[in-house]
Ligand binder design. Structure first.
Ligand code: PAF
Length: 283
């Protein structure tokens, strides 16, 4: 299958979408930072099931990386990404340069409070403002019927749902379940940073979250559940833990006992690589 056309400007994106709209075709947008893996492709497949046209944006967004984070190192492979997108029938790729998305003099940002105060928020100052700003821009540039986001970044998904609601952006936000390796490791572009020894330890994160969800569902307290999980992560060889929390599935506030649907979520380090993952806790 031929690679989808690559559009570099907002004007070209809007022209393509306008043509589809004239033909009364629905449009799905899958925002990504490239380095595409099967998890991303599952988002595109979902978009293709729900919409006639699927646009995939590829933009490594500088404003969501902290000064000591991996913006420069972040893997970039547009040709490889385009070839993968051809296999799942994406209709177009929107791959703007930084100056197209953040022209000289741009000073407006989108801040979502509350939801960004826990979990990754304190460990990645400015991250969610960067995500909220770029996703708002992408949604307004493309004006799709639906935007597709992975549940692996559950806090990000909730932030995006909230901003779309608060800013009256006429789009459906669809969360797509996490795509996992057969040993449970959630697919992430950052898994490429893991050494073979770290890769062997990494699935423990999913195992610990599964156990934690089961403990909570069986009536456990969050403090006992997370204490046990933390011991297991460090025992397995994780070098640092940003958090292992049980939170309300909607507000993302920490809970102690299960009284509504919840989520167990963790961010843990293996050497220089920070892995995040989360699972639902059924109520
Ligand atoms: O999840 C990601 O890859 C990014 O945070 C997103 C949503 C594409 C915004 O840059």
């Amino acid at each position: 299958m031929a690679s989808p056309p690559i559009m570099r400007t907002i004007a070209d994106l809007r022209s393509a979408v306008a043509l589809w709209r004239r033909a009364e075709e629905s449009v799905g947008l899958v925002p990504t930072m490239g380095a595409l893996h099967d998890g991303h492709l599952s988002l595109v497949k979902r978009a293709r099931q729900q919409c006639r046209r699927a646009v995939v944006s590829i933009f490594v967004n500088p404003t969501q990386f902290g000064p000591n984070e991996d913006f420069q190192l972040y893997p970039r492979d547009l040709d490889g990404d385009a070839a993968k997108l051809a296999t799942v029938g994406a209709d177009a790729i929107f791959a703007p340069q930084v100056a197209e998305m953040y022209p000289e003099g741009a000073v407006t940002a989108v801040t979502v409070s509350g939801l960004t105060e826990g979990l990754c928020g304190p460990f990645r100052p400015g991250h969610f403002q960067g995500v909220a700003t770029i996703v708002t821009k992408l949604l307004l540039q493309c004006l799709p019927d639906a935007g597709f986001f992975g549940e692996k970044d559950y806090q990000q998904l909730q932030v995006i749902r909230q901003l779309a609601r608060d800013l009256d952006i006429p789009v459906r936000i669809e969360g797509v379940p996490t795509f996992r390796e057969s040993d449970g490791l959630a697919l992430s572009s950052r898994n490429a940073y893991l050494t073979p020894a770290e890769r062997a330890i990494a699935p423990t994160l999913h195992r610990v979250l599964r156990q934690a969800a089961a403990d909570m569902e069986a009536g456990g307290t969050a403090s006992a559940t997370t204490d046990r999980g933390k011991r297991e992560l460090f025992g397995a060889g994780f070098s640092r833990l940003d958090y292992l929390d049980v939170v309300d599935a909607v507000t993302l506030k920490k809970i102690e006992r299960l009284e509504r649907p919840a989520r167990v979520a963790a961010a843990a380090w293996l050497g220089k690589t920070r892995l995040i993952d989360n699972l639902p806790v059924a109520f």
